[in-house]
Design a protein around this ligand. Structure first.
Ligand code: AMP
Length: 418
C-alpha cells in the first residue's frame, strides 16, 4: 500500500511556515487596522450562484476552476475561489448599507481553484485581501493601492512593479467590446485558436495571449483606455495624481485585464521580479456594480487580494523566533506523586502568565535538561516528590533547592539564584 499524501496542488503549513504567516498577519492587521479596516471571515463554501453572478460566467474561474458539489439536497455549492463576492454577499445579507459608509474589511483566508499546480500556483492557497464598500472617489482607489504597497514593503517583497489601468464603465466597455470584437474578427486568421474560440465570450482576454500571432494583432488593437468617458477619465487621472503625490511608482498598462468580470474604472496589479512565471503578487480594482448584481442597492466599492504564498516566496522578512519558554518542568523520578506535583506547577505557571512546558516523554534527567536547552527555556524546575524542587537558571547554570511553592514566585521575580 502506498502511503497517503496531501492532494496535488495542496500543501501543509508546518510550524516554521505558520510562524512566517503569523508575521504577515500581524503586518496586515497593523497596516490595515490603522486605516480603519476590520477583519471579516466568510464560509469556505457558498452557493455556486454567488460566483456565477459575482465573478462572471465568462471568466476562467467560473468556467474551469471551481470546486463545485451538491450539498446532498440538490443545491449546488462551491468552495470559494475568491473573496470579493462573499464579502459583498455578507455586506448585503447583513444590511451593512445602514452602517456609516464606507465599510472597510480585510480578510486572510484560504481559497480553492482547480488549476494546474506549479510553483506559486496551488489548488488551495491563501489570500490577504481588503475591500472598501460604499465610497466612490479616487482617494479610495489610491488609498487601497497605497495600503497594498505598504504591506508588500513591510514584508520586504523584492522587485515589485505596479501596473495600473482603468476599465471605465460597463457601458463604455460594451461599446469597446463590440469594436474590439469586430477588429478581432477582421484579423481572425492570425489569432490562436483559443483566442478565436473566445472572441464572442471574452474578447478582452486576447490581450493576455502569449502566442506571437495574437500578440502582433493585439499590438495594433483599439485600446479601452483611449475610449473612456470624460468622468471615468477624470477619475483615473485623479487616482494617478494621488499616487504621484504619495510617491508610489506605477506603469500605465492599457492591456491590463483582470481575470474577473466585475471591475469598473481602476484596476491594478503588483508583480515581483523575484517570482518565476507566476509573477502576480496581488491586485484588484473598483467594482461599482457588483453589490447591485448581488441584490443590494447600487453601492460603489473597491478592493484587492494578494497571494500569501507569493508574498512569502518573494519576501525576505526574517522568520519569527519561536515563542520564548520561561520554565521547563522536569521530573527527578517516575513517581506518581512527583508527576502530579509537576503537572500542577506547569498549570499554575501558565496561569501566572508564563510560557511553561512539562516533560511529557519520560526522558532521563539528563535528557530532560537537554530538551530544556533545545527549546530555549530560561529556567528548569526539577520537581522532587510533591514538595521540593531544584530550580536551575539555564544561562548561568546556577541552581538552588527550594520548596515547590517557591518556584513560580522565584521565576516571576527573575531574581538571580544563589
Ligand atoms: P486573483 O484573485 O486571481 O486576482 O489573485 C490575486 C492574487 O492571489 C494573485 O496575484 C496571486 O498572488 C494569488 N493567487 C491567485 N491564484 C492563486 C493560486 N492558484 N495559487 C497561489 N496563489 C494564487
Amino acid at each position: 500500500m502506498t502511503s497517503l499524501q496531501a492532494p496535488k496542488g495542496t500543501f501543509d503549513i508546518l510550524p516554521p511556515d505558520a510562524e512566517r504567516r503569523q508575521g504577515l498577519e500581524t503586518a496586515a492587521r497593523k497596516i490595515l487596522g490603522a486605516a480603519g479596516y476590520r477583519r471579516i471571515e466568510t464560509p469556505a463554501f457558498e452557493a455556486t450562484e454567488l460566483f456565477a453572478r459575482g465573478v462572471g460566467e465568462a471568466t476562467d474561474i467560473v468556467q474551469k476552476e471551481m470546486y463545485t458539489f451538491d450539498d446532498g439536497g440538490g443545491r449546488s455549492l462551491t468552495l470559494r475561489p475568491e473573496g470579493t463576492a462573499p464579502v459583498c454577499r455578507a455586506y448585503v445579507e447583513h444590511g451593512m448599507h445602514k452602517l456609516p459608509q464606507p465599510v472597510k474589511f480585510w480578510y486572510l483566508s484560504s481559497f480553492f481553484r482547480a488549476e494546474q499546480p506549479q510553483k506559486g500556483r496551488y489548488r488551495q492557497f491563501w489570500q490577504v485581501g481588503a475591500e472598501t464598500i460604499g465610497a466612490a472617489g479616487p482617494e479610495t482607489d489610491a488609498e487601497m493601492i497605497v495600503l497594498l504597497a505598504e504591506l508588500l514593503e513591510a514584508m520586504l517583497v523584492k522587485g515589485t512593479r505596479l501596473r495600473l489601468s482603468s476599465l471605465g464603465s460597463p457601458e463604455t466597455r460594451q461599446q469597446y467590446r463590440e469594436r474590439l470584437t469586430a477588429y478581432l474578427r477582421e484579423h481572425e486568421s492570425r489569432l490562436s485558436s483559443e483566442v478565436r474560440d473566445r472572441i464572442g465570450l471574452n474578447p478582452l482576454r486576447a490581450f493576455d495571449a502569449t502566442d506571437p500571432g495574437t500578440r502582433e494583432v493585439m499590438a495594433a488593437a483599439p485600446r479601452l483606455l483611449d475610449a473612456l468617458e470624460a468622468d471615468d477619465a477624470e477619475h483615473f487621472a485623479a487616482v494617478r495624481e494621488l499616487l504621484d503625490a504619495s510617491d508610489v511608482r506605477y506603469e500605465i498598462d492599457p492591456t491590463l485585464v483582470r481575470g474577473l468580470d466585475y471591475y469598473t474604472r481602476t484596476v491594478f496589479e503588483f508583480t515581483s521580479d523575484a517570482l518565476g512565471a507566476q509573477s502576480g503578487v496581488g491586485g484588484g480594482g473598483r467594482y461599482d456594480r457588483l453589490i447591485e448584481q448581488l441584490g443590494g442597492q447600487p453601492t460603489p466599492a473597491s478592493g484587492w487580494a494578494a497571494g500569501v504564498e507569493r508574498i512569502l516566496m518573494s519576501g525576505t522578512e526574517p522568520p519569527i523566533a519561536p515563542d520564548p519558554v520561561d520554565l521547563f518542568i522536569a521530573l527527578s523520578d517516575r513517581d506518581a506523586g512527583t508527576a502530579a506535583a509537576a503537572f500542577v506547577v506547569a498549570r499554575e505557571a501558565r496561569r501566572a502568565g508564563m510560557a511553561a512546558q512539562l516533560e511529557l516523554t519520560g526522558r532521563s534527567l539528563k535528557g530532560q535538561l537537554k530538551q530544556a536547552d533545545r527549546i530555549g527555556a530560561r529556567y528548569v524546575a526539577i520537581v522532587e516528590g510533591d514538595s521540593r524542587a531544584t530550580l536551575k537558571e539555564m544561562s548561568s547554570g546556577e541552581q538552588q533547592e527550594l520548596s515547590l511553592s517557591a518556584v513560580i514566585p522565584t521565576v516571576l521575580r527573575g531574581s538571580r539564584l544563589t
